[in-house]
Design a protein around this ligand. Structure first.
Ligand code: NAD
Length: 483
């Protein structure tokens, strides 16, 4: 696809800036000729200005009645709805997921704004019984302040939405930095908020290098809260810096999610759930199925069916009809996928589908399945973030649970079975923040708390639903006596 390359700008305190400075390209991972846009590399100074602008806008926004803030979020949600097709196309062009996946993601962002617009009428403090006669004792939820929101490329509108919407409804102001690989859909979200009537400075949008822009967003003393989703390496660094300033921090990071398949499972259902969770979104979801732990009794039959389904998947440009799986996000991620595929073979796992891809335009990786993977192998321990599934065998449920938990991560895990007792035993004993019974390991409800255990999370605050109020507000306790 050949299109005219446009230069986009950053937003600081209601002013558009950055088109005349250093720029970087946002390129379609499915088509190297398609430059989606040019974006500014913001500086440390720009970032400081954005934090200062957010601070200046804070009191006006915090004192706007919450239902009035909600009305702006609701309007933004309607704008997203009206632009669904246009936005989904941009999302596919910059991130590579299929158009159907992109539509689903924009729809999710719309629904998140709709949900939090209603929170403006609902959230509040608590009135408490007092042990002093005639005393009024109550709590008040106040905005936390200026929030730095740093997001990854893999859900470049849903994740910003599930951070920005609660930040705004609870009266905070925001500095938002999307990932370098997919910055435009986040900009479209910011534009929708401005059109909906968000005052200048309440949201500020910056693009550029993670360590430069993100680094300042983390260490600037004017920031009261940091909400980050991304890799474990970057999250760990952010945590260290945030602690120095005692800044409240929420981190959601990597996963190595297992789907357990018990011998009573319907094989067609098991394969379908594996394909959706493992190859949907090109395996580039934090909750993607990257390990399957299958009871030995059905393992051969299951692996044969899974390999057949993997080979049938249509891999290509997500804009084209019939394509079921898009490319990796960039050349570096493609190389990581390839490196792990080669590693799996050298570690002695048996490749039964996919494998090393031929070079062609677009960062494609075939849907890949390894059988006879041992839990200690690196392909079974490390996050790959691509369409690579490792099948591990287990003799019974206890062994399957032990293998599910034998990794540093704890984000999502699933089980396929018709045996309720065993399903609930798994739900209780899996060391993960999200358990899926007879569902793919991917897919989340916007009104339910979300967050990982172990190295998948800072284990501080959950995201989404009403859990978000804990991160985005501070609680004040008020005593009213007689003097
Ligand atoms: P990443 O960590 O490379 O980047 C995430 C964001 O951090 C980007 O905006 C980047 O510019 C910024 N950044 C980079 N260096 C920084 C620094 N030194 N200081 C501050 N900010 C910095 O992650 P990615 O490659 O964009 O995303 C993939 C990762 O995200 C995977 O590990 C995946 O599991 C994880 N992820 C987790 C969840 C979840 O909810 N648990 C959801 C989606 C993705």
């Amino acid at each position: 696809m050949k299109t005219e390359t446009k230069t986009y700008q950053n937003l600081v305190g209601g002013e558009w800036i950055g088109a005349d400075g250093e720029l970087f390209e946002n390129r379609n991972p499915a088509d190297s000729r398609d430059v989606v846009g040019l974006f500014p590399k913001a500086s440390v100074e720009d970032t400081r200005s954005a934090v200062a602008a957010a601070r200046s806008a804070l009191s006006g926004w915090a004192n706007t009645p919450a239902p009035a803030r909600g009305a702006i979020l609701d309007k933004a949600s309607q704008i997203l709805s009206a632009r669904l097709d246009e936005m989904a196309t941009i999302l596919t062009r910059e991130e590579g997921k299929t158009l159907a996946e992109a539509k689903g993601e924009v729809t999710r962002a719309r629904d998140i704004f709709r949900y939090y617009s209603g929170e403006g009428w609902r959230y509040g403090g608590q009135a408490l019984p007092s042990n002093q006669s005639g005393e009024l004792l109550y709590t008040r939820r106040e905005p936390l302040g200026v929030i730095s929101i740093i997001t990854p490329w893999n859900f470049p509108i849903a994740i910003p939405a599930w951070k920005i919407a609660p930040a705004l409804i609870y009266g905070n102001t925001v500095v938002f930095k999307p990932a370098e690989d997919a910055p435009q859909i986040g900009l479209m979200l910011v534009e929708a908020l401005l059109e909906a009537g968000l005052p200048p400075g309440v949201i500020n949008y910056l693009t550029g290098d993670g360590p430069v822009v993100g680094g300042e967003m983390v260490s600037n003393p004017g920031v009261n809260g940091i909400s980050f989703t991304g890799s474990h390496a970057v999250g760990a660094e952010i945590y260290g810096r945030a602690i120095k300033n005692m800044t409240r921090v929420q981190l959601e990071m990597g996963g190595k999610n297992a789907l357990v398949i018990l011998k009573d499972a319907d094989l067609d259902v098991a394969v379908d759930l594996t394909v959706k969770g493992g190859f949907g979104l090109t395996g580039q979801a934090c909750t993607a199925t990257s390990r399957v732990i299958v009871e030995t009794a059905i393992a051969d039959e299951y692996v044969a069916a899974l390999a057949k389904a993997a080979r049938k998947l249509v891999v290509g440009n997500g804009l084209e009809a019939g394509v079921q799986m898009g490319p990796a996000i960039n050349q570096a991620q493609r190389e990581i996928d390839q490196k792990y595929i080669a590693l799996g073979q050298s570690e002695g796992a048996r490749l039964v589908a996919g494998g090393l891809a031929e070079e062609r335009d677009g960062y494609y990786v075939p849907a890949t399945v390894f059988d006879h993977v041992e839990p200690g192998m690196r392909i079974a321990q490390e996050e790959i973030f691509g369409p690579v599934i490792s099948v591990i065998r287990a003799n019974n449920l206890d062994e399957a649970i032990e293998k599910t938990n034998a990794i540093p991560f704890g984000l999502s895990a699933g089980i396929v079975t018709n045996d309720l007792q065993r399903a609930f035993a798994f739900a209780n004993r899996a060391e993960v923040g999200v358990v899926k019974i007879n569902e793919p390991t991917t897919g989340l409800a916007l009104n339910a708390p979300f967050g990982g255990f172990k190295q998948s999370s800072a284990n501080t605050f959950k995201e989404m639903g009403q859990a978000a109020v804990d991160f985005y507000t501070r609680t004040k306790t008020i005593y009213v006596g007689h003097g």
